[in-house]
Design a protein around this ligand. Sequence first.
Ligand code: PXP
Length: 244
Amino acid sequence: MPLLGVNIDHIATLRQARREEEPDPVLAAQIAEKAGADSIVAHLREDRRHIHDQDVKRLRRTIKKKFNLEMSLQKDIVRIACQVKPDQATLVPERREEITTEGGLDVLKHFKRIKDVSAQLQAHQIEVSLFIDPVKKQLEQTKEAGVNVVELHTGRYDRASTVEKQKFYLQKIDDITQYAISIGLVVNAGHGLKYYNTYPIARIKGMNELNIGHSIISQAVFVGLSGAVKDMRDIVHLKKRFSR
Ligand code: PXP
């Protein structure tokens, strides 16, 4: 049964729409934990478009379960992560003009920088995870870089235009998960997961954790954050299945 990581970036996005103090992402993290989130995820982007440095510090002080900081390989961000010491750092690619993280990290292309940054974070007792596309070579290079955790990008599964394509991407994620486990990696997944398409991913054998943000915060607008987290937790924990 996988765990649920709740990404609270969009609470900060709403706050930044008015550049005021509410809604507070730290309060959101507390509510999400109470409602059954197994971890809290926040992305400190280089342009600080939603989560700010102060949020990250306050989250570190208040999160009771696991704090998973999403971050790029940029020097300043790495320095902040080493100071704040989240339980986990998930390394992601970042382009300023993108709306959200578009693809996985290319571990082959950025191998040396990823290895160096991972070692730096690990030296500060931070577990490192790499957000990658479900591709064998990326997994093998992750191991080579001394990293034991991956998060598989589920965006292509989410955006598949036909049932056949969706089945194809689901099978791919399943196969890659089994291969990753066989070479000793812990496997998480996320991006674009929704109430109606998360269950099949949660059912993949050995899946450790699913990280979900936009869909939960969107649902929270209508039913409240606590109810939105509980419903998603029940799906991820394989107790409930929603259809479209
Ligand atoms: N995992 C990673 C690495 C991400 O970058 C994001 C988006 O911030 C998510 C999970 C959550 O994606 P979504 O908001 O589409 O659920």
